[in-house]
Design a binder for this molecule. Sequence first.
Ligand SMILES: [Ca+2]
Length: 627
Amino acid sequence: MQSRWRHRIVKPLAFAAIAALGVGIPAASANETARPCDPKQIYVSPQGSDASNGQERAPFKTIERARDEIRDKGLNKPQSMKCDVVVNLAAGDYPVSRTVDFSDADSGTGGHKVIYRSADGPGKARFLGAEPITGWEKTGNANIYKAKFDPSKPFYTLFENDTRATTARYPNRGTDDTWAPYLTSARPEPDKEAVHQWMYSNPGDWNSSWDLSQASAVVWSGGSWSWFTDTVPILDVNYKKNQMTLKYWTRYSLVNSDGGSRYFLQNSLSFLDTPGEYYVDYKNGEVYYWPRSGSIDNVTVLRPTVKTVLNVAGGSAQNRAHDITFDGLAVQYSDFVDWYRNGWISDGDSGEVHKYPQYDRQIEMPRDRFGAITLTNTSNITFQGLHLSDTGYTGVYALFANDHLTVRDSLLEHIGADGIKVEGGYPGEGDLAGYNLFTDNYIHHYGELVPGDASGVELMDTGHNEVSYSYIDHSARYGVSLESRPEVANADNYNRGNTFKYLNIQHAGLDSGDMGAFYTYGVSNVEPYQNDNTANQIVIGDVIPDASMPDSGTRGVHMDAGGCGFTFTNIQVGKVTDDKYQSYKCNTVENANWLADFDASKMEYDKIGVTGAFPYQRPPATVPPVG
Ligand SMILES: [Ca+2]
């Protein structure tokens, strides 16, 4: 019996006809047809050799060699794949100096899967997108060491052992996991309000002795709004005018509604004055570092080598890479980018023609559509028991056409931007993404380098996903978000039938405003409202921002722009600075603690958060929020 997916592969005309009707998402493969069988086994070990034969006693050295063995020998071809093919990766470190790519040529077939598994248990086979920096020398400052690197291979985040270092900044951060304190930009004259490229300081904030020749500003642009952060190189500075020119426009203007924007400056040797800070001299290929422990002798300083460690990409939406499982892998370290802004500034700025030009302001720019794990044009890809950590940017980025992606039983920690992001198709141009499952995950400390708009799980233009049994902790902004644009007509809105349940969201909204720990935007903004998304059994802890945050208050649940499309059941929210719940009366709410008749006995605290199957260090147990 063939799955519908295979059926569509062998009848491309039929698939094209179906896709043209807007039903672009293939069904899951029919794994239930697989009979008991002996999987083909391939072995890989850091001590192996790619000249070996890949048998248990002569393992390959690299995952790429195992992948190519399957490809070259046709082990996953329909006529030869009678059972799963299992690649057993021995414990140890697998340095990744070039992204590991999987394509549709690496798919499982006939209901069978190609499985890459950490053979010695979860997190033991470690794919490291970084390499040590060596050759450290002393500098004139006894605390600071420097080393050379190849300036043709720059990097934009750094790690000491398993901990991210801080780009040397001013003012210094308050603690290792907060972003404040900040300076605030000024408006020297009334007509300097709407500027996106000139940033003015209050007199005395800047020191003319600073070398800002390779520095950047990290700014919550938008003045009194705190929605997005930009990281933008400084082009030049005029200290007399208290004015700097940025290399690129920021997302919002640098003064807005009379308010200045919070910012800090980074990457100058002038700012390197505390343990854990580093400065990169890109021109001369030198990195300066002040080790946390004081001495460089007993630490390993790692620089990222890749922005993406694992990339799974089919050739097109009709030719998806499929039926590949990654079981128990650790993926650690990836790079950030030289500058960052969330999306374009104005409708249509991409220069691309789209049905909703407003969406240019909702989607990342092409240069920023990647994760440490990136998927595009995939079906039935599974990550289970994944330990993903210390990324420069988003953890798992599912770009455009991806269906039946699963991330489960996984620990995602210290993530540069979003934990998991699904970016579906452009609204009104084809429903490409959905039926994904993100369950039994512990996602904490994300948005470390992109605190603006950070979300533990962010779903955009995608339907029939389940986000469940997860503990999501520590974010400048969201816990979970589901977004499109409010302008999108019902027929073009793909955010249908999503399920959110048994979630614990803690410490969201730590540094932003006008937000909700659970946030939606443009899910159903046009009558008749389609309340076909559900949120059930969700605990949200206190949502309290840093004292410097100038925007309006924080919420537990925020249905932004009058958003509808949900049934909320059994939701409990802790302390917030605005409302626990903000929405028009178009959603259905049953049993929530912003209602007078809330019944706490209906909350299933013992089931909220990760399950008993979670294989890594467990998050705290879920307890009722106070207040
Ligand atoms: Ca500093």
